[in-house]
Design a binder for this molecule. Structure first.
Ligand code: ATP
Ligand code: MG
Length: 266
């Protein structure tokens, strides 16, 4: 469904070289991946490893220096058609739900943003109120939330609203960039359960960017480890304990200790 082929990205670095002008700092090195329909790919890496940069390349916001991004066989950056395909099929949820929802918008208006996109694309007249009610219900919120402002919601509730907005335009793929990272552990599990439920119900494909291995094992089918812009490991989640990659092993060890600690306290 979605494919990255040897994607390289670099940014102009701040440092200026006296002779050659600006130097460039490479952030992604030959990143390749394939996301199959109906699966969830987890992208895992520490801060600064290039996860969000990869996310921006995937959602069509950042053209790579070299390499290809393909959606259903069409190149995203080589043609207008590819970009259009991507816009129609992909939706995004970011970490910072407080800024990704306009504070002056009511919840209904936040969700309407996505519905407008769908209306324009499908050229059908939508009954907004009915759709909003349906979407709120879908993400586990009652219809009274429609008239509230973002500051009147908890972090978890607001992230549910952002998820409702993301799915309101009927996407096929949803990209989450640290979408649950700033929520507490209990709320994280609730949102992950919601994501699993939506994935089934709406037959979605997910790309889930995080620095947290536990959520990957909970949600994903495949996992890609990113370390300083390099893919160091890319394998099915159920094979994760067989990894030979140093970085992946280090992360796994930390999680295994964490799990037993938790088991003791429960
Ligand atoms: N627009 C930009 N211009 C210059 N450098 C950038 C730009 N965007 C990102 N970078 C650099 O690219 C590197 C990777 O950043 P990126 O945001 O992709 O990391 P990340 O893995 O998402 O980190 P985090 O987990 O903290 O969100 C960083 O060194 C960052 O400084
Ligand atoms: Mg990031």
């Amino acid at each position: 469904m979605l494919q990255l082929d040897k994607v390289c990205v670099s940014f102009r670095s701040e440092r200026q070289d006296k002779i050659f002008g600006h130097t460039r700092q490479q952030v992604l090195f030959d990143v390749s991946l394939k996301v199959k329909k109906g699966t969830c790919l987890g992208i895992l890496g520490e801060s600064g490893s290039g996860k969000s940069t990869m996310g921006r390349v995937i959602c069509g916001l950042l053209k790579p220096d070299t390499g290809e991004v393909m959606i259903d066989g069409t190149s995203v950056y080589a043609s207008r058609k590819g970009r259009k395909e991507l816009q129609n099929k992909l939706s995004v949820v970011f970490q910072d739900y407080t800024t990704s929802a306009n504070p002056r918008f009511r919840v209904s208006d936040v969700i309407k943003e996505g519905l407008f996109v769908r209306q324009r694309r499908e050229k059908e007249k939508l009954q907004y109120e009915k759709e909003i009610k349906k979407l709120l219900e879908l993400v586990g919120l009652s219809e009274d939330f429609a008239d509230r402002f973002p500051h009147e919601l908890s972090g978890g509730q607001l992230q549910r609203v952002c998820i409702a907005r993301a799915v309101s335009c009927n996407p096929q793929i949803v990209l989450f960039d640290e979408a649950i990272s700033s929520l507490d552990a209990h709320t994280q599990v609730q949102i992950m359960d919601l994501l699993l439920e939506l994935k089934e119900k709406l037959q979605l494909t997910y790309i889930f960017i995080t620095h947290d291995l536990t959520s990957i094992t909970y949600l994903c089918d495949d996992v890609l480890f990113l370390y300083q812009g390099h893919v160091t490991e890319y394998l099915p989640v159920d094979k994760i304990s067989q990894t030979k990659d140093q970085y992946a092993r280090k992360l796994l060890e930390s999680i295994i200790v964490f799990d037993t600690e938790e088991a003791k306290t429960v």
